[in-house]
Write a protein that binds this ligand. Structure first.
Ligand SMILES: [Zn+2]
Ligand SMILES: [Zn+2]
Length: 281
């Protein structure tokens, strides 16, 4: 595999954290969710078979932590078959280059996300003026220059399947980013949401630290297309998921999930969309 990879020039570690940081939850026997500071990574696959993938790649400087989480669950020397990205924001690709170098495995993302992962395009600047407190304000310091994974990143198959994730289909859920995807398994209603919606008010530092469970739209400071974001939430709600793991916040299941999703669809403009900000039109 090519080694010509680099992070953006403004790449750096971010000193934000939450009480869930360093903790993991087995949401299903083959779905494990671990929190790195303020963002979640997911391990999908049965520890018995050792066949698994990593979904998203954590914060900057977290490769060692991710590798030890993997070895704890799947055994020493175990290796994911691939990394699947819900999208390319810095907190979801923060340690991906170290992980690619360590495991020598392919990365898959949606076609429309590839320019942001190959150094071609940068995401719009985070909107730190959006109401919602400290994290939104901190977003000014978030790395925004595009990462370049060269030919280590590939397009997800057009038929909706996901390499090494049998039973799962990817669903295009744009709005937060153009090529954002969520991953759904119809058999048991398992949903890996990414940031299409989250279960914590990600823009309020206190709620991020305490991880108070509360459904919300995608993180405000980085979401640029609110119409698409709303359609994406509707699309996911219509699947009637039974268990949802999100990029930020704790997993949500059963009735709490269906009631919260119904509420988010019904009141999206009130709950999710900021009253002001540069991406409101
Ligand atoms: Zn994001
Ligand atoms: Zn995120």
């Amino acid at each position: 595999m090519g080694k010509e990879m680099n992070y953006g020039e403004d790449y750096k570690s971010i000193p934000a954290t939450s009480i869930s940081s360093g903790m993991g939850i087995s949401v299903l026997p083959d779905l494990y969710c671990h929190t790195i500071q303020i963002v979640n990574i997911h391990l999908v696959g049965d520890p018995e078979t050792g066949d698994f993938v990593l979904v998203d790649a954590g914060m900057p400087d977290s490769a060692d932590e991710i590798i030890s989480v993997i070895e704890e669950r799947f055994g020493k020397e175990s290796r994911p078959k691939a990394i699947i990205l819900t999208h390319g924001h810095f907190d979801h690709v923060g340690s991906i280059i170290e992980l690619i170098n360590h495991y020598n495995i392919p990365v898959y993302a949606h076609e429309l996300e590839l320019p942001f992962l190959t150094g071609v395009k940068r995401y719009p600047e985070p909107d730190s003026t959006v109401e919602g407190g400290m994290v939104a304000k901190m977003s000014k310091m978030f790395p925004n220059e595009p990462i370049n994974l060269g030919n280590n990143v590939e397009m997800l198959p057009a038929d909706g399947s996901i390499p090494h994730m049998p039973g799962f289909k990817w669903i295009h859920t744009p709005g937060h980013t153009p090529g954002h995807v969520s991953l759904f398994r119809e058999m048991d209603g398992a949903l890996i949401v990414g940031d299409a919606f989250v279960t914590v008010k990600q823009d309020e530092l206190y709620k991020v630290i305490t991880q108070k469970q509360e459904i919300n739209g995608p993180p405000r400071y980085l979401t640029t297309d609110w119409h698409a974001a709303k359609e994406s939430v509707k699309k996911l709600a219509a699947l009637r998921p039974q268990a949802a793991v999100t990029g930020h916040g704790l997993p949500m299941t059963g009735e709490t999930l269906s009631e919260s999703l119904d509420k988010l669809v019904r009141d999206f403009d009130k709950i999710a969309v900021p009253d002001h900000g540069k991406y409101i039109n």
